[in-house]
Every structure is written in structure tokens, then in C-alpha cells.
Design a protein around this ligand. Structure first.
Ligand code: NAG
Ligand code: NAG
Ligand code: NAG
Ligand code: NAG
Ligand code: NAG
Ligand code: NAG
Ligand code: NAG
Ligand code: NAG
Ligand code: NAG
Ligand code: NAG
Length: 881
């Protein structure tokens, strides 16, 4: 199981207070200002999809100049408008989440409101228009919020706002370097630039803003930078730990930043060491440096940051051990060190962090023993992740579960923690959303109370890869878990029958894996009722009998079905062809039989990319109409980056955050005669495995249309006739196994076009003639060709007679007998090979299957020779021209 979790957003709520004095008699608003406001209303449209906050409503709708009770309407009373009590000028305009849509330019009447101190346009849709330069003329502005408003750019006039204390530009599409003119905003306390498309080095000068308390620049994935040494009051020059060449230069001013309270540069591209001078940030309460590229030993300056509440350092390259003084930072509520390279024991002193709500030490190299009783007093602890460490053992039996104040977990990740039993304290947990106990050494039956504990809250439950022998009350309890999305019981010793309630569970189950247990009996009629959320079902490697449940055809969301290695007795489930998203179907090693009839429509199995029906009892001809219509196998998609996998995503709320869960589909695929379990499968993988059945007749010509096919296995059937010439069109093929059939005729020369071919086996057939020479086909081992009495030429020791060269039966082709064209063609082919070789030497995997390919020495030599030849031929070609 591959599982990644990450909090989507760290939500920071910024409160702003307005300095409004309410006097008994308030003057009416100024005429010109009310006109300006109404003009603003004119140019913008109300559009309910322009704001995303569920509480949004069109504030401007109520703005109206019409006289009421004989008096002119007072704009100071309009929604979102506030006036100065003495002068009557509009000083505050809060149009956040007002469903406004349209462009705003500098000519907009808005800029006639010269006395504005506060302007909030957040959460509207300003149609990607430029942030108007005229904003710089609102000289009294202290608060400016343009976040989430589909503005772009940032004009330098902003730097004229010398009174500005807060500017929130989050999600404004700035797409430039961090503008240095922000440094002129000397009153600035709050600078928020989350997800603004910023890039380049973060300007050191920003750190010199004298009053800065809140700096947020997270989610700018191309924003680089390091932290300078802050040396306030000292004449020493500022130091950068950097690649940049600042050494020797005297910086303009000296960094202070002691006023900083909140600093976040998460999910950007900062790097380097964390300088000890960060220890001067004595007032800092929130520090989020997660998911950057910081390196070096565990930062010692943290011991000075005694006010620290929230510390996110996950997803960096930090090394060393957690010092015991971390236990002195008793204000900590969040401590996340996940996904670093920290090692050593987890210090007992952390038990003093009684305010902790989140403790995440996932995926480091920690070792030693953690006694769960160390969390006894952390009564607010909701999120605890200790999994995937080097050699960490968690002892749960001494945890003091009698205390009523014991933590109530929502997220508990204890995968690979050397657990030997179900932690008793789980009995009292009734708020769990996520429980991962996978990859431990838990023996014996799975107790009933595991199901009971968080019956209404649990979303994710994984106890895979343990030694569980039976499940108490499985039939009834499981379906009562009303929030369950994922259940993973794979790789245990579980037995018994599957619960009937799977037919109509009371939950939103989307992923179910019971792979590799000993369940028996028939498969219940899963998805009896429409509207199932099931996306993946893996029942493989059990002892299930009977027919495939026809109800599976109702699981309209299904993407992956794995029923392999059971004892199912049925015909080919052509009725699954109607599932629009089914991309992976594995039925290998069952007792399926009969003729696979041709499809009746051209849309069946429209998303299928991996099909494995090997080791069954199918007979008759290969289903040529299916092969013709599996259009998703015709898609070739090279060089896609980043690599994507067949997987499903699901979101849930826990610990006041939104979590995204990614679950990769897995299956077993036979490659080179070896059964390899793929923990995740690249989306570009296309596989047909029909091997070890009793298929007969010829291989249909139309198979050549499946140009995305990577792996074709038709071995061990009764196929006869020729290898279709059209094979040469399946240029993605990396592995072909046609061995142990009755194929005859010659090996078509078109196969030399398959430049990614890394495995080829046509042994034990009735093939004749010369193996195409002088190309990659002769570099495979002779075992690839053995057992064909009439086959000759390299790598077989049998030499070809004179007649073998000219085969009258070889279809004529564009590569046929013209030597020159052949030469052109091999130039092209060599070029492809070159790409492959560069890929391998650079550590980049080009083909999918190449990950598992060990080339023979002979092949590598051949490749090397080819590349040299290629260079020569190219220069020859030039000379000819
Ligand atoms: C409403 O706003 C959305 C953007 O949120 C825009 O795509 C759409 O065109 C707008 N509709 C109208 C009628 O202006
Ligand atoms: C939105 O922007 C586009 C392109 O700049 C423009 O054509 C369109 O008129 C704008 N729509 C509104 C409602 O301002
Ligand atoms: C980051 O840079 C890469 C390469 O220049 C670019 O493709 C990508 O779109 C950039 N990402 C953002 C969020 O600007
Ligand atoms: C730190 O916070 C305290 C109390 O809020 C405040 O008095 C002090 O001025 C702050 N220090 C700095 C350097 O801003
Ligand atoms: C940390 O605090 C100690 C004393 O509390 C002080 O001597 C030291 O200079 C501080 N370190 C930094 C980097 O500010
Ligand atoms: C941590 O706290 C203990 C006990 O209060 C104290 O003895 C020790 O000096 C502190 N360590 C640091 C590094 O502040
Ligand atoms: C933990 O690992 C360190 C080396 O990284 C080793 O010295 C130490 O003995 C290990 N401790 C335990 C309890 O395994
Ligand atoms: C467990 O808690 C009880 C009651 O608070 C206390 O008396 C007992 O000493 C604790 N046991 C352990 C092992 O901490
Ligand atoms: C499928 O249809 C083709 C013609 O399109 C036919 O030649 C073939 O025999 C049929 N196969 C089966 C299994 O019915
Ligand atoms: C490959 O496909 C093309 C067009 O689909 C076709 O003309 C050609 O004959 C095919 N080549 C082989 C070797 O089947």
C-alpha cells in the first residue's frame, strides 16, 4: 500500500479590528462618495460563483440611492461601508465574499474614496485584471486585502502606501520575483503572499521591514532563498548561507525581525541551513518551514523560541537527533518533523509537551522504544504519527487507558511500529478518523472492539500486513462503520466468509482490499443497490468460489477489480464492459472457462488498460472484436512528467484540517516469467495477459492497432498461424511472450521496429526461417527461440541454408527488400535506442517495464556498438549529401 497524506492548508485566520468611534449624531455620507460607490456597483456584476465562501452574499445588492422616508439614503449605512464618525468620509470598505465579478481598472470610481483606511476585496472574481496602480494613491490605507480575488500583477505604486500595516496578496497571480518595492512599506506588520506564483530568490531586504510580525510566502514552489543571519544592533554584515556571491558586500541595512510572530514559507523552494540567528525571533509563535529543502542538523536555536506554539518542519532534509530540551518548549501545540532524516531515540522529555495537539514524526530514521504512556498527559493530542521509521518500537500495553482525560485521537498512524497486539487504549477511542496499524506484528484475532471504537467517525482503517487470524463479528460490524471509505485487511491470515452486508453497506466504502488471506465461500452481491462509491476492490489470493457477482456491473465508479488467484467458476464477465471507468481487471488463476464472445458494442471496456485473464480455462478464438475496440490501449503517451499512477483520491476532515488520501492501485504482473507485485502502477502501463489458457486460432491482425501496449503475453495456448506483421506497429511494446503455442511461419521483420523491446520469447512453437539479423532480435538469449526446429541464425547455433534468406511468404513491405530504405530505418531505430540508453545511465527510467529489466551483457554490448555505429553512419550520411 502506498499512502500519502498531507494537510491541504494551514488555515490562518487574520482578525482585523476597526478603529471606529460611534458618536451619537453621525453626519451623512458625502455625495461624491456615494456616487463613487454606486459607479462601482455599475461596473461589477453579481455572480454567485465568483465567491467561494459559503457565507458569501451580494452586499452591493442593497446599495441604493433612492430616497427613503423623504430623506436621501445614507451610504454610511450601506452593507460593507463604514464612515468616519466626525467627517462622514468613507473610511472602510469591506466587499469581501460579495459575489462580485468583473474587471477593475485605475479609472474606477473606487479611487475617489480618498479617505479609505481599510479596503477588503477578498474572495471575489476580478477577471484576472491587473491590480490597479491607483491603489497607491489611497494614502490613508492601513489594511488592504486582495486575497482570493483573481487579480494579477502588482504595481510599484503600492509602495507609496506608507501607512499600510496589512497587505494580503494570497492567490493574486503576481508571477514575478518578490517585488523589492515592498521594502518601502515601512509600517508593514502583516505581509501575506501565499500562492502568488513568486519565483527567484526571496529578497533579503524583506527581512529588514522593521515592524514585520507576520510573513507568509508559502505555496510558491519556485521561490528560492535562504535565511540570512540576523544581527540586530551589531555592525557586522549580514550573512547568507548561499550559493549567491554576497560575500564581501556590505548590506544596506541590518536584519532585525525580532518582532516576527508568524513565519511561513511552506511548500516553497528554500534551502540551506537554518541559521542560529533565527533564535533571536523570541516572539515567534508560528513557524512553518515545511516542504522546502532545508538541511543540516536539528536546529539548536529552537531552544530560544520559548513562545513557539506551532512548528512545522516536515519534508526537509534535517539530520541528527531530537534534543531532550525540546521538552522545554511547553507551549507547543503542533510539532511536525515528518519526512526528514532524523535518527536516534524519541526523547522521553517530549512527554512534557502537555499542550500538544499534533505530533508527527512519520518517516524518519528514529529507533529505540516509545512507551505509549508518554502521551498519557497530552489530553489534547488528536494527531499522532510515528510510522515508517527505521526501527522504532511502540509499546502500548502500559498506556494508562483508565484515565478519562486520555487523548482522543482523530489521526493515529502507527504503521511499521513493531506492534505485537492491538493497543488496548483503542477501546476508548471514539473520535478516530484515520487508523493505520499496517505492517506490524499483530498476532491473533482482531477484537470486536476495534470495530466498535469509532464506529461513526472512522474513515480510514488499515490493519494490513499483520498476522491476524480471525475477525470477531466481521459480518455485522463492518457495515455499520458509517463513514468508512477505506478498509485494508490485506496480507493477514484471516478466514471465514465475506459478510452479506457488503451487498448494501451503510457506508461510503470506496476502497476494499482483503488480498492474500484465506476467506472462502462466494462473493456477496456487491453493489446490489445503485449509487455505490466503490472504486477499487481487491479480493485476490483467497479461496473464494462460485460465480462473479453480476451486481458488480452496478458499481459505476469501479476503476480496479482484482479477483485473481481464487477458485471462481464462471464465463468471461463481458457484462463488466459497461463500467465506464474500469481500467484494471485481473481475473488470473481461477476456473473461468468458455469462449470469449465478441463484443456487441464498440464502447465496452472503454477505459481498460490492464487485463489479466491468465491461468484459466478459456478456449476458442481470441476475441478480435474486443481487441479492436479497446481504444484506451491505443493511446501512446511518452515522456509524461511527472509520472502518474493509477490511484484514487479522497478527502476528509480531521484535526480541523482537510486531508487528502491517495491510494495507489496494485496488482501482480508476470514479467519475464516472474510474478512481480507492483505496489503502484504507472498510468501509461498497458497490459494484455491471456497466457496459460486454451485459446486457439490465429492471432488477430487488428492487435497491431493497440499501440499503447507495453506487455503482451499469449504464451501457453494453442494459437497457430503466423505472428501478424502488424506487431511492428505496437511500438511501445517492451515485452512479448508468445512461447508454447503452435505458431508457424517466419518471425516478421517488422518486429525490428519495436525499439523498446526488452523481453522476447517465441520458444516452443513451429516457427521457421531466419531470425531477422543485425538488430536487437539477435541479441536476446537463445532460450528466446529454442524449441522451434526450423528456426535458424544468430543467436541460435543452427546456421541458415541459402534458401532461408528469401522467404516467398514474407509480406512485401516498405522495409522489405530495398537496402537503402532499410538503412534509413535503422538510423531512426538507433536514435530511439540512444534515448533509452541515455535514460538508463542518467537514472531516468524510460519504459515502464525497464524498471525490472536486467539486460544481458550481450545486449548491453550490442547497444554500445550500435551507438558508436550511429555516430559513424550519421557522418557518412552527411558526406553523401
Ligand atoms: C461568473 O463568474 C465566473 C467565474 O467565477 C465566470 O466564469 C462566469 O463567466 C461568470 N458568469 C457571468 C454570467 O458573468
Ligand atoms: C473579462 O476579461 C476578458 C479578457 O480580458 C474581457 O474580454 C471581458 O470583457 C472581461 N469580463 C468582464 C465581465 O469584465
Ligand atoms: C515553476 O517553474 C517551472 C519551470 O520553470 C514551471 O513549469 C512551473 O509552471 C512553475 N510553477 C509555478 C507555480 O510557477
Ligand atoms: C515581544 O512581545 C512582547 C509582548 O507581546 C512585546 O512587549 C515586545 O515588544 C515584543 N518584542 C519585539 C521585539 O517586538
Ligand atoms: C538564546 O538564548 C540565550 C540565553 O537565553 C542567549 O545567550 C543566546 O544568545 C540566544 N541565542 C540566540 C541565537 O539568540
Ligand atoms: C530545560 O528545562 C530544564 C528544567 O526546567 C532546565 O533544567 C534546563 O536547563 C532547560 N534546558 C534548556 C536548554 O533550556
Ligand atoms: C539507534 O541507531 C543508532 C545509530 O543511528 C545506534 O547507535 C543506536 O544503538 C540505535 N539504538 C537502538 C536502540 O537501536
Ligand atoms: C494510571 O492512572 C491511575 C489514575 O490516574 C494512577 O493511579 C496510576 O498510577 C496510573 N498508572 C500508570 C502506570 O501510570
Ligand atoms: C469475432 O468476430 C470476428 C469477425 O469480426 C470473427 O472472425 C471471429 O471468429 C469472432 N470471434 C469469436 C470468438 O466469435
Ligand atoms: C501500421 O499502421 C499503418 C496505419 O495504421 C498501416 O498502414 C501499416 O500497414 C501498419 N503496419 C504494419 C506493419 O502493420
Amino acid at each position: 500500500m502506498e499512502l500519502y497524506m498531507f494537510p491541504l492548508l494551514h488555515i490562518i485566520i487574520l482578525s482585523c479590528s476597526s478603529n471606529l468611534f460611534l458618536l451619537p449624531v453621525q453626519p451623512l455620507c458625502h455625495k461624491d462618495e456615494s456616487i463613487a460607490l454606486l459607479q462601482l456597483k455599475e461596473i461589477l456584476t453579481i455572480n454567485m460563483s465568483a465567491s467561494r465562501d459559503p457565507r458569501a452574499y451580494p452586499k452591493l445588492a442593497s446599495w441604493d440611492q433612492a430616497e427613503q422616508n423623504g430623506a436621501e439614503s445614507d451610504c454610511c449605512s450601506w452593507d460593507g461601508v463604514q464612515c468616519d464618525g466626525k467627517t462622514g468620509h468613507v473610511i472602510s470598505l469591506d466587499l469581501s465574499s460579495s459575489c462580485l465579478y468583473g474587471s477593475i481598472s485605475s479609472s474606477t470610481s473606487l479611487f475617489n474614496l480618498k479617505h479609505l483606511r481599510m479596503l477588503n476585496l477578498a474572495d471575489n472574481h476580478f477577471n484576472h485584471s491587473q491590480v490597479p496602480a491607483k491603489l497607491g494613491h489611497l494614502a490613508d490605507l492601513t489594511y488592504l486585502n486582495l486575497s482570493n480575488s483573481f487579480f494579477s500583477g502588482l504595481p510599484s505604486e503600492i509602495s507609496l502606501l506608507s501607512n499600510l500595516s496589512t497587505i494580503d496578496l494570497s492567490y493574486v497571480d503576481i508571477s514575478s520575483q518578490v517585488p523589492e518595492f515592498l521594502v518601502n512599506l515601512s509600517s508593514l506588520k502583516h505581509l501575506l503572499m501565499k500562492n502568488c506564483g513568486l519565483y527567484g530568490d526571496f529578497p533579503e531586504k524583506i527581512f529588514h521591514l522593521p515592524k514585520l510580525q507576520f510573513l507568509a510566502a508559502q505555496h510558491n514552489p519556485n521561490l528560492t532563498g535562504q535565511f540570512p543571519e540576523f544581527r540586530s544592533g551589531s555592525p557586522l554584515r549580514t550573512m547568507w548561507f548561499s550559493r549567491t556571491n554576497l560575500a564581501g558586500e556590505i548590506p544596506f541595512s541590518i536584519g532585525k525581525l525580532e518582532s516576527l510572530e508568524i513565519l511561513s514559507v511552506a511548500k516553497s523552494k528554500f534551502s540551506g541551513f537554518l541559521p542560529s540567528s533565527l533564535g533571536r525571533l523570541a516572539n515567534i509563535t508560528f513557524l512553518d518551514l515545511s516542504y522546502n529543502n532545508f538541511s543540516g542538523e536539528f536546529p539548536t536555536f529552537l531552544q530560544n523560541l520559548t513562545k513557539l506554539n506551532i512548528l512545522w518542519l516536515g519534508g526537509n532534509q534535517l539530520t541528527g537527533q531530537i534534543p531532550s530540551w525540546m521538552g522545554n518548549l511547553t507551549e507547543l501545540r503542533v510539532l511536525s518533523l515528518a519526512r526528514n532524516k532524523l535518527n536516534g531515540p524519541i526523547p522521553q522529555s517530549l512527554s512534557r509537551l502537555k499542550k500538544l495537539q499534533t505530533l508527527n514524526l512519520y518517516e524518519n530514521y528514529f529507533n529505540g522504544t516509545v512507551d505509549f504512556s508518554m502521551f498519557d498527559d497530552m489530553k489534547d493530542l488528536m494527531e499522532l504519527a510515528l510510522g515508517n521509521n527505521q526501527n522504532l518500537s511502540v509499546l502500548t500495553n502500559r498506556a494508562n487507558n483508565t484515565k478519562s482525560t486520555y487523548p482522543k485521537f482523530e489521526i493515529l498512524g502507527l504503521t511499521f511500529c513493531n506492534l505485537r497486539e492491538f493497543p488496548e487504549f483503542l477501546k476508548h477511542q471514539d473520535k478516530l478518523r484515520f487508523l493505520d496499524l499496517g505492517r506490524n506484528n499483530i498476532y491473533g484475532p482482531m477484537p470486536k472492539w476495534v470495530w466498535n471504537a469509532s464506529m461513526h467517525t472512522i474513515v480510514f482503517l488499515a490493519v494490513n500486513d499483520n498476522f491476524l487470524t480471525s475477525i470477531e463479528q466481521f459480518p455485522t460490524m463492518f457495515c455499520e462503520l458509517s463513514s468508512l471509505v477505506l478498509l485494508d485487511l490485506s496480507n493477514n491470515l484471516l478466514s471465514g466468509i465475506l459478510p452479506q452486508c457488503l451487498e448494501n453497506p451503510k457506508n461510503v466504502l470506496s476502497i476494499l482490499s482483503i488480498r492474500n488471506n484465506s476467506f472462502h465461500g462466494t462473493i456477496p452481491q456487491i453493489c446490489s443497490k445503485n449509487g455505490s462509491n466503490l472504486r477499487m476492490i481487491d479480493l485476490s489470493y483467497n479461496r473464494l468460489k462460485g460465480q462473479l457477482p453480476r451486481s458488480l456491473a452496478n458499481c459505476m465508479m469501479l476503476e480496479s477489480i482484482n479477483l485473481g488467484n481464487n477458485q471462481l467458476l464462471d464465463l468471461f464477465p463481458s457484462w463488466l464492459g459497461s463500467l465506464p471507468k474500469l481500467s484494471l481487471l485481473t481475473l488470473r488463476s481461477n476456473r473461468l472457462h468458455g469462449v470469449i464472445r465478441n463484443s456487441t458494442s464498440t464502447h465496452e471496456f472503454q477505459s481498460l488498460r490492464v487485463i489479466d485473464i491468465s491461468y484459466n480455462n478459456f478456449h476458442g478464438e481470441l476475441p478480435s472484436e474486443y481487441l479492436r475496440n479497446w481504444h484506451s490501449m491505443k493511446v501512446t503517451d511518452y515522456g509524461r512528467s511527472p509520472v502518474t499512477y493509477m490511484q484514487t483520491q479522497s478527502s476528509f476532515e480531521a484535526v480541523r484540517r482537510t486531508w487528502t488520501l491517495e491510494y495507489a492501485y496494485s496488482t501482480t504482473i508476470t514479467v519475464k516469467g516472474l510474478n512481480l507485485h507492483y505496489g503502484r502502477i504507472q498510468e501509461i502501463l498497458v497490459v494484455i495477459d491471456f497466457s496459460s489458457n486454451r485459446f486457439q486460432g490465429e492471432i488477430p491482425h487488428c492487435i497491431g492497432d493497440l499501440q499503447g501496449l507495453r506487455l503482451l503475453n499469449l504464451s501457453n495456448n494453442n494459437l497457430n498461424g503466423r505472428i501478424p506483421y502488424s506487431f511492428g506497429n505496437m511500438t511501445s511494446l517492451e515485452s512479448i511472450d508468445l512461447s508454447r503455442n503452435k505458431l508457424s511461419g517466419e518471425i516478421p521483420r517488422s518486429l525490428v521496429e519495436l525499439t523498446f523491446l526488452a523481453f522476447f520469447n517465441v520458444s516452443n512453437n513451429l516457427l521457421t526461417g531466419r531470425i531477422p539479423q543485425g538488430n536487437q532480435l539477435s541479441t536476446f538469449e537463445n532460450t528466446s527461440y529454442m524449441g522451434n526446429l526450423e528456426l535458424c541464425g544468430d543467436p541460435l547455433s543452427k546456421k541458415c541454408g541459402h534458401n532461408a534468406d528469401k522467404s516467398p511468404t514474407e509480406p512485401s513491405s516498405r522495409f522489405g527488400d530495398h537496402e537503402e530504405k532499410d538503412w534509413d530505418y535503422s538510423l531512426f531505430r538507433d536514435f530511439n535506442w540512444l534515448t533509452v540508453v541515455i535514460g538508463l545511465s542518467g537514472g531516468i527510467v524510460v519504459g515502464v517495464m525497464l524498471e525490472n529489466t536486467i539486460m544481458t551483457k550481450k545486449r548491453v554490448l550490442w547497444l554500445a556498438k550500435k551507438i558508436t555505429c550511429w555516430g559513424k553512419k550519421k557522418s557518412q550520411a552527411r558526406r553523401r549529401i
